[in-house]
Design a protein around this ligand. Structure first.
Ligand code: G16
Ligand code: MG
Length: 566
């Protein structure tokens, strides 16, 4: 025990010695001094690993936290990887790396240091001209022909977190084997003092790149299509408001009403517990703004971007809802946008992930379009060949893959607005269209059981428990097949997760159901994704079918929670 403790302290001291940030140095010195072994072992038990969207973790000292030392190591490892690629690619000059950042604590510092490290390694580095949405960075990589990009952001995570999204040329995020190859080079980085970081290597792009991005966003809309739709928008204290406003203005939409308290970037996210539109309560202020704005005429939609504006959440008026508004699920918006694109005669592959609603596959099939399914995360979706539309249940949509090879909350919002305006002109709504889809393809009802934990080991325990004691029946539906995704299945790369396919129950009007369980790769959460499909005879039967679906989903949640012990 004593050995373990002294080894831990030695590791912490060595880290402290080379930590370039006085703030984290002071923090770590105090922990060492106080002999806070619990905290030290949490910070020194390993290193941050690439997850669903790069590195992500709490700000603080040590290799398991986000801090300057970790960022310099990550940048140096990435630079080494890029230089190795270049060597295999003789003749080309030094590659360009574009670095973006959001408005979180330390984001700008991390971005500047990243640019310095890249320059020090012999690459060319440029910073975006301010805290901007992630899709602007993804766009810039493609537009400028960069060999890589980095976005310093923790997206929708709590204020104490930060993160590091890594993109390669082509503008999509890294996947295996590149992530492991980069990780190996990060591990091989020597003493920090030996990593050259010339302060001169921090060129900043001018605003033209944003202008080019904005000019491109209009391409998702049809010229002359209706624009009459009144929207309340929130950026949830992130960086989306200005870019979204300008995109809407250029497209000819009425100016969205911004939620005033949340429109300016604020790293403390003071009005929300979690700046994630999926979290209960995150939209409360937006709904309040919508009620107030209604005095000046009806509000058609409430739209939220997550803080780095790559996600887009949509709420619709609902008389029965507590605050008069109902959030659409990412799955609903995914199906609506798919339908809209089909009506616009989009050609190419539609794609979605194994944890998202399968409705989009039916929409694609009915339109004679190829459809593909990938693992969770846009890093996978973005790689689908001939991609025309990619969507995931986590409020992510790629509607212009040639412009932005990642999810984009701004272009998604434009397209939702266009669709809503078209429907409005015909005296219809997004909910009417969802009803039509349910009648045509069957009701695809989805829900998520998401369990946030303090102690990460609880997630591993839950997964183990499900693996050793697989459920045979869930919500009264028998489990037809259990797939361990860690073994790789249906041509998908191996990943930690379990998938259950459940039999239908004709008497209960259920065609089939599906459950996927996986640990989040961005937050300490276990996520269970539920889908139940029910045939719908006609519009009149819809209300009954919906309530039946809700009952099955509730039972699924309860049974699954019990099976996983969460
Ligand atoms: O954080 P964002 O908005 O970039 O979103 C990131 O996290 C989401 C949730 O991932 P997980 O379920 O592993 O937590 C992913 O679906 C998404 O593709 C990824 O970019
Ligand atoms: Mg995001």
């Amino acid at each position: 025990m004593q050995d373990v403790v002294s080894e831990l302290t030695a590791r912490a001291r060595a880290w402290l010695d080379e930590d370039p940030d006085p703030e984290t140095r002071e923090e770590l010195a105090k922990l060492i001094e106080a002999q806070d072994h619990e905290e030290l072992s949490a910070r020194f038990s390993g290193t941050l690993q690439f997850g669903t969207a790069g590195l992500r973790g709490e700000l603080g000292a040590g290799p398991m936290r986000m801090n300057l030392a970790v960022v310099i190591r990550a940048a140096a490892g990435l630079a080494a990887y890029l230089r190795d690629q270049e060597r295999g690619d003789a003749g080309s000059g030094p590659g360009l790396v574009v670095v973006g950042y959001d408005a979180r604590h330390k984001s700008h510092d991390f971005a500047r240091e990243t640019a310095s490290v890249m320059t020090g390694a012999g690459l060319r580095a440029v910073l975006l001209p301010g805290p901007l949405p992630t899709p602007v960075l993804a766009f810039a990589i493609r537009r400028l022909g960069a060999v890589a990009g980095v976005m310093v952001t923790a997206s929708h995570n709590p204020p104490r977190d930060n993160g590091y999204k890594v993109y390669l040329g082509g503008g999509s995020q890294i996947v295996p084997p590149a992530d492991a190859e980069i990780a190996a080079r990060i591990d091989a980085v020597g003493p920090l003092a030996d990593v050259p970081r010339p302060p001169s290597g921090r060129d900043v792009l001018d605003e033209e790149i944003l202008d080019r991005y904005l000019a491109r966003t209009g391409a998702v809309l049809t010229e002359g299509s209706p624009r009459d739709v009144r929207i309340v928008h929130t950026a949830l204290h992130g960086v989306g408001a200005r870019t979204l406003d300008e995109a809407f203005r250029r497209a000819g939409f009425p100016a969205p009403v911004q939620v005033p308290q949340q429109a300016e970037p604020d790293p403390d996210f003071p009005t929300v517990a979690f700046p994630n539109p999926e979290e209960p309560g995150a939209m409360d202020l937006a709904f309040t703004t919508a009620r107030e704005a209604a005095g000046a005429g009806p509000v058609d939609l409430v739209i939220a971007n997550d803080p780095d504006a790559d996600r887009c959440a949509v709420a619709v008026p609902d008389q029965e809802a507590r605050d008069g508004w109902r959030m659409l699920r990412g799955d609903d918006v995914g199906a609506l946008l798919a339908t809209h694109l089909v009506h616009k005669r989009a050609r190419g592959t539609f794609a979605s992930t194994i944890v998202s609603s399968s409705l989009v596959s039916r929409i694609a099939q009915a339109a004679d379009l190829p459809y593909e399914e990938t693992l969770t995360g846009f890093k996978w979706l973005a790689r689908v060949e001939n991609l025309r539309y990619g969507f995931e249940e986590a409020l992510g949509y790629c509607v212009d893959p040639d412009g932005v090879r990642d999810k984009d909350g701004i272009t998604a919002a434009l397209l939702v607005a266009e669709l809503a305006a078209e429907l409005k002109q015909a005296d219809r709504s997004l909910t009417d269209l969802l009803d039509d889809l349910a009648v045509e393809h069957g009701l695809h009802a989805t829900d998520q059981l998401s369990v946030r934990v303090e102690d990460l080991s609880l997630i591993a325990t839950a997964m183990r428990r499900l693996r050793s004691n697989p459920p045979k029946v869930l919500a009264g539906l028998s489990v037809l097949a259990t797939e361990d995704l860690a073994e790789g299945t249906e041509g998908l790369p191996p990943t930690d997760g379990l998938r259950y396919r459940l039999a239908g129950d004709p008497e209960a009007g259920v065609e089939k159901a599906r459950v996927v369980v996986r640990p989040s790769g961005t937050e300490p959460k276990l996520k269970c994704y539920l889908e139940v499909v029910l045939p719908v005879r006609d519009q009149a039967a819809l209300a009954v079918v919906r309530s039946r679906a809700a009952t099955v989903l509730a039972a699924l949640k309860a049974d699954l929670g019990a099976a996983a012990g969460v």
